[in-house]
Design a protein around this ligand. Structure first.
Ligand SMILES: [Zn+2]
Length: 244
């Protein structure tokens, strides 16, 4: 079983972005405490992969991401959950990487760490823009946030790799999904500079899961209709029960 799902919790608990951490809300503190107290068997992220052989992730191929914009306080935003129709929207390209976009990415990262998760697409916080944040650092590693703006996947490999995926927008459900084992990603980074990255292992799976969100696709759409409908029905039922 991978220990990766613990990473975001760890990162948040240990403290990251020293300047911004102070604004962490009480709610975040509480959630962290609960998470740390739990057996941490899972966590998701925008996806969570409870197991994998976790091949080495070529994170070194990623240009060092800049630290978030310290001047903008980060905020935790509500995460949409299926079957919210907004999750089915196709996200639009970002025209320019402005401070407003960076503020959104900072918020997304804070939201993802608090959830906790290891990846999040903007549409999951209700913003239909082609933006993804991710941090696949292991719990004994320094936080390693990455930002993908207008990402494009090229050259997906023919061989596939299975991972048990989860999603912050499909809470409490995990299913094994097969996706191309390797791919190339082209995107703009935090500063709006074009980047190209060769991905394999968890990074390849995670970026493909997040890219699906940009097209309004959820990981459960890769399951049989029967299985997907069963999950959506349960989620709907839980939401109705919570609302009443
Ligand atoms: Zn997801």
């Amino acid at each position: 079983m991978s220990t990766l799902p613990d990473s975001p919790t760890h990162a948040t608990a240990r403290g990251f972005f020293p300047s911004a951490l102070h604004i962490k809300t009480l709610e975040t503190e509480k959630r962290e405490a609960c998470q740390l107290a739990s057996n941490r068997k899972v966590v998701l992220f925008g996806q969570l992969f409870r197991y994998s052989n976790h091949p080495s992730i070529p994170i070194s191929h990623i240009d060092p991401a800049r630290r978030p914009h310290y001047l903008s306080p980060m905020a935790i935003r509500p995460i949409l959950t299926a079957p919210d129709p907004r999750l089915r929207e196709v996200s639009k390209p970002v025209d320019a990487v402005t401070d407003e976009v960076r503020t959104l990415m900072n918020d997304m990262l804070e939201t993802m760490y608090a959830a906790p998760g290891i990846g999040l697409a903007a549409i999951q916080v209700g913003v239909p823009l082609r933006i993804i944040v991710m941090d696949l650092a292991e719990k004994d590693e320094d936080p390693d946030p990455h930002y993908f703006i207008n990402p494009v996947i090229l050259d997906p490999s023919e061989d596939v790799a299975p991972y048990e995926e989860g999603c912050l927008s499909v809470p409490e459900f995990y299913e094994e999904i097969e996706r191309p084992a390797r791919c190339v990603i082209e995107f703009l980074d935090y500063d709006g500079n074009p980047q190209r990255l060769e991905a394999e292992g968890l990074l390849a799976t995670c970026i493909q899961h997040e890219m699906d969100h940009l097209e309004g696709v959820l990981f459960i759409d890769h399951l049989s209709r029967l299985k997907r409908d069963r999950i959506l029905k349960k989620l709907k039922k839980e939401q109705l029960a919570t609302a009443s």
